[in-house]
Design a protein around this ligand. Structure first.
Ligand code: ZN
Length: 458
């Protein structure tokens, strides 16, 4: 099959075969998300002024765009995470910096599709069936040349279409390690972590958006082939995954200890599933940190929210009570008000349920019984019988492992282990208080600071 990667707008304007516009972060993925949410009527513009005019005429229209609009033109962000939550009606309009202008350049193309990692296999299979020639259009030829994810995805598509190994995993890894991606994740949109999770997961939204140009706009429809493929994918047994390697569920809060656990489990060859639990803690800071951190790894993520209204009166981590500040000497001597009743029992039970459901053989968590606040659910005496109970009371069986690799380590040793594993400790969040910077006064801050001092690390 003849496959070419476009290098310029002129390449696009002259092309008469099939074309795939690739804007990995985020418009390709946002369009797939809109189709996946069942949006019935989606149009695109290359220029935001047309979108604004349409919105003024019909206020019900939902614009998805990262561009700036006049104040009277309300719009949603160009976010697949947001798009997934949209309703089938009203009409959606998408206009973006690079993706949609790139589409408008393809005036002569026979078929126009949008592609990314999210619909990689479905689209590649569809293109093969259609036959060539195919022009792959990394939308960074329009703007932001540094968006290397579009180039890397185009190269993967080219390999897939010309009989090679697409190697998406290697491309995604390279993207995640790039400065451009880190800038997106930490300085980008509010939903960057959630969006990244969807955009950089292979086949997360296996739809095939096909675009019909008409004047200054394009209508977007899902190809029919896709519906069939989707049904087939839904029926494929998920068990086959389990045979490829060992899986582990990591209880992941976004704190330093659980981050070290995640990198530890990956280094031990586990395919990792992180589980992050909101249980009514005062601030959601750690949850957003957990999202951003997990998005940097290859882990599959799970987020759940519990309602435990009784905690408000029982722990200072939830409810109105002030989070105490103790002297380092006093920490661990008396059970502090930050103790959350039976938290780790609840968390391990939920992680075990996830592990049992996905066929994971281990649950990994980061309790520590050395430099700690004296919480009874952080001790080895608690985990030994719990492991036994899970082996007998679930389908996990006798090979199941409840792993607590940090339980006997000093905080300084945990930091050294984290460094050795290349865990991004500087991005983790330990403070019991939310806010922009750690408070430095709560027990978690003090133990962490002492650990770094003892480890002679910054
Ligand atoms: Zn603090």
């Amino acid at each position: 099959m003849k496959v070419k990667i476009a290098a310029s707008v002129e390449d696009c304007a002259a092309w008469a075969g099939s074309a795939v516009v690739i804007d990995v972060l985020r418009s390709s993925t946002t369009v797939c998300a809109l189709l996946s949410a069942g949006k019935k009527d989606i149009v695109l513009y290359g220029d935001k002024n047309f979108a604004a005019a349409l919105k003024r005429k019909n206020p019900a229209v939902e614009i998805f765009s990262e561009l700036e609009f006049p104040a009277d033109v309300k719009h949603k962000d160009n976010s697949p995470f947001t798009a997934l939550k949209s309703k089938p009606s009203p009409q959606a309009v998408i206009v973006t910096t690079a993706g949609t202008p790139a589409i408008m350049t393809l005036k002569k193309a026979k078929n126009i599709f949008m592609g990314g990692f999210c619909n990689f296999s479905a689209l590649a299979a569809h293109l093969k069936k259609l036959g060539g020639p195919v022009l792959l259009v990394p939308s960074n030829i329009i703007a932001h040349k540094e968006h290397l994810e579009d180039d890397l995805c185009a190269q993967s598509f080219k390999r897939a279409l010309t009989g090679g190994e697409p190697d998406c995993a290697a491309a995604i890894k390279k993207i995640k390690q790039s400065a451009r991606f880190k800038k997106f994740l930490y300085g980008g949109p509010k939903t960057a972590a959630q969006d990244a999770e969807i955009c950089l997961a292979e086949n997360s939204l296996p739809l095939i958006p096909r675009i019909i140009l008409n004047g200054n706009r394009g209508a977007i429809n899902a190809c029919r082939a896709e519906a069939k493929q989707r049904r087939a994918a839904a029926h494929k047994p998920r068990r086959s995954e389990a045979k490829t390697g060992k899986k582990a569920v990591i209880l992941f809060s976004g704190g330093m200890d659980s981050t070290v656990c995640l990198y530890w489990a990956q280094a031990h060859g586990y395919e990792c599933h992180t589980l992050t639990i909101s249980y009514g803690q005062k601030h959601e800071k750690e949850v957003s940190v957990a999202r951003a951190l997990a998005a940097e790894t290859a882990a599959q993520t799970h987020f759940i929210k519990l309602s435990m209204p009784w905690l408000a009166g029982a722990t200072s981590l939830a409810g109105g009570k002030k989070i105490p500040s103790h002297k380092l000497m006093e920490i661990g001597k008396k059970l502090p008000s930050t103790y959350v009743p039976a938290r780790n029992l609840v968390f391990v039970s939920l992680a075990a349920s996830l592990a049992d459901s996905i066929g994971a053989e281990a649950v990994v968590l980061g309790p520590n019984a050395v430099d700690f606040s004296g919480y009874p659910d952080c001790t080895p005496q608690f985990y030994a019988p719990l492991t036994q109970a899970l082996k007998t009371g679930t389908r996990l069986g006798k090979n199941f492992k409840l792993l607590t690799p940090l339980i006997k380590l000093r905080k300084a040793e945990i930091i050294k282990l984290g460094r050795a594993l290349n865990a991004p400790l500087e991005k983790t969040w330990s403070c019991y208080n939310g806010g922009k910077t750690p408070c430095g006064k709560c027990d978690a801050c003090k133990l962490r600071a002492q650990g770094f001092k003892q480890a002679k690390e910054k």
